[in-house]
Design a protein around this ligand. Structure first.
Ligand SMILES: [Zn+2]
Length: 65
């Protein structure tokens, strides 16, 4: 192999112009779902919203269990 592998974790903190939200739905979990349905990487506001939703969902599961 003549190239050096760049992991996504290393790239995550770099500025990424394609992560600029471009839809009215961005910043909500529905926006995250739309990104995934289109085969895109979600923008940062959508990833934040999805993470917050998952945390709340997991928290509610723990309470229910
Ligand atoms: Zn988005």
């Amino acid at each position: 192999m003549s190239y050096s592998y760049k992991g996504t974790e290393l790239d995550a903190h770099l500025p990424a112009p394609e992560y600029v939200p471009t839809r009215p739905s961005c910043g909500k979990r529905s926006g995250y779902v739309i990104h995934r349905q289109r085969g895109e990487d979600a923008c940062v506001p959508c990833m934040d919203a999805a993470a917050a939703y998952q945390r709340a969902w997991l928290a509610s599961k723990k309470v229910a269990a």
